[in-house]
Design a protein around this ligand. Sequence first.
Ligand code: DNO
Ligand code: MN
Length: 359
Amino acid sequence: MKMIFRWFPGGDDSVTLEQIRQIPGITGVAAMLTDIPVGEVWPLDRLIKLREEVNAAGLELEVIESINVHEDIKKGLPSRDKYIENYIKSIENLSKIGVKCLCYNLMPVMDWLRSELAYPLKDGSTAMAYNHEEVLKLNPAAVANEMIGNSKGFSLPGWEPERMGVMSADIEFYQSLPEEQFWSNLKYFLDAVIPYAEKYDVKMAIHPDDPPFSIFGLPKVINNIDKIRKFLSLNSSPYNGLTICTGSLGGDLSNDLPAIISEFVSQGRVHFAHIRNVKHSSEKNFTESAHYSPCGDLDMYEIVKAFHDNGFTGYIRPDHGRMIWGEQARPGYGLYDRALGANYLLGLWEAIHKSSQKR
Ligand code: DNO
Ligand code: MN
């Protein structure tokens, strides 16, 4: 297992590589080129520069999070072949700079969604929150603007401006697309891309849908154990793998995280883990909490143990943190709370590992 940290290059992050390097136990970062329009090839020269910058700070760049998948691929439009070709070319370029794992998602129209980016917690910190009723009240076309406004000038990772403009039309498209057609579009993508992921030795790791329940009638891809089984069976290569994001799947309390982790880690299908905690006030309403188990609904000991005991050898990163100690940063991606999270997770791993050796 390698503990890494998400970092946004190009001056897009208030957290520096030098700071990340000082967090005990962090060996590398998960990064992305934030300015390449979705569907275009990630240029090799830009990737080489990125790797050099990361390596110069004493860190590794083995994980890319994420290359977004063009909507035409998810919709199954004729133009998808050109975008798939570009995606494959990007994977080839990633392999040339030594990337081992590519985190991505196939959520239609939008990546993760929150109703509040700075919800005040009792301890004086703020965290991102999801309130289902509030989200349903939003006019989809206004969602993007609203979130940008709340985020005080930060744009959301993975939300390209041109993608926001066509949001309403896209939502209507998916509302009338038969669910099985959507799944066959995903299979078409996987069957085209996975052989190249194998060839270039870059493991694909799909991120779960966040939140895990349907909004605006959009189909869900990865939100429970059955969907994960279905997705993995679309293409049985181990290069068609998962990012297990505990906070995303944990948005639905009926998801048994240790059972999900055990099943897919033991099959060698999990390559990356985002570990964080959530605290529900009702079934579909939650705030992101500190990583420590008593702060939320998820049992971090059981979660880390499920990874450990099933022989997980991939990458783990702490996920969204709260804003604490007055920090001003990209929502979810400050330094302090994620650093606390990383070291808590490393502590759990060490304890679980040492006690397993004594047994
Ligand atoms: C949120 C992240 C996601 C993730 C993408 C991967 O903070 O976990 O945005 O990077 O879904 O494509
Ligand atoms: Mn995540």
